[in-house]
Design a protein. Structure first.
Length: 287
């Protein structure tokens, strides 16, 4: 098992999807996109990689939700065989340091400098990597772009020596241990994040009310839960246009992932304070 950790927005989920070769973790430019530990599986003839995409460690908001996300990060780090500590190439700040401080010294850790394609001054990269690598003893240092297939292949080869020998845990065709119901909720939540304002990631979630299979057809009824009436209006948009866009894009992504037709019906519910209610969060599937 290999954990992927880092502060929000360093590209952990994009890296995970690239390593698995299939979209199993949602992405957006906004913080708090990943809220659960997502397992992605990549199986070769002689190795099976089990990647765990963790939420970005939260430092700016102190709600029950954020405490839940941080627990998901810290509990993962002691239960894996290796850790990919992901930073943004050319940038290392206090939030990166807070994540680095969480990593147990006994677990093999690879420093991954992601978004290499965005570095305009390549000459500055070597001194930057020297500076970060001096902060602790990393087993490997890998600058890369998660969008570059050659870089991904190189990273897989670099990780391989750290995998313990043993029988594979999952079947050779398995891509994730998450259910279709869970993945449907995540896909819809991704579209909400992409089509709404920066405040909404902290005040919205998606619940699957009903998930039915009729032959190849998936019939899905989902509720987008928000904290305020104004957030509901933001999602609905003018004459319902934004909600229609969100639902259509989510349905198309679900059909691609499930390789089957999907009927999706989406509702919106306002529940004030949901993100700061410990018992409620557990009922919604948060740890």
């Amino acid at each position: 098992m290999v954990a992927i950790v880092g502060r929000p927005n360093v590209g952990k989920s994009t890296l995970m999807n690239a390593l698995v070769g299939q979209k199993v973790s949602i992405t957006s430019r906004k913080a708090q996109t990943t809220r659960h530990r997502i397992t992605g599986i990549h199986t070769l003839d002689d190795a099976q990689y089990i990647f765990v995409d963790t939420p970005g460690f939260q430092t700016k908001h102190s709600s029950a939700l954020n405490r839940s996300l941080n627990r998901a990060v810290t509990s993962t780090l002691t239960a894996v065989d290796a850790i990919l500590f992901v930073i943004e190439a050319g940038r290392f700040g206090p939030d990166d340091q807070k994540v680095l401080d969480l990593i147990p010294p006994t677990v093999p850790t690879l420093l991954i400098a992601n978004k290499l394609d965005r570095v305009t001054d390549k000459d500055s990269l070597f001194p930057f990597m020297q500076q970060v690598s001096a902060l602790r003893e990393f087993n490997e240092i890998v600058p890369l772009s998660a969008k570059n297939s050659g870089d991904i292949k190189r990273l897989l080869a670099t990780i391989k020596p750290f995998l313990p020998e043993g029988a594979p845990t999952y079947g050779e065709d398995d891509l994730t241990n998450r259910s279709e119901r869970f993945l449907a909720a995540e896909i819809l939540r991704e579209k909400v994040f992409r089509w709404t304002g920066d405040e909404l990631p902290y005040t919205s979630t998606v619940l699957i009310d009903k998930f039915e299979t009729e032959g190849r057809l998936r019939r899905i009824f989902a509720t987008i839960m928000v904290d305020r009436d104004m957030h509901k209006a933001m999602i609905i948009g003018q004459k319902g246009a934004k909600l229609k866009q969100i639902s259509t894009e989510a349905r198309l992504d679900m059909e691609k992932l499930f390789d089957s037709p999907v009927y999706l019906e989406t509702f919106i519910k306002v529940k004030s304070g949901w993100a700061d209610n410990e018992a409620g969060l557990r009922a919604y599937g948060y740890e």
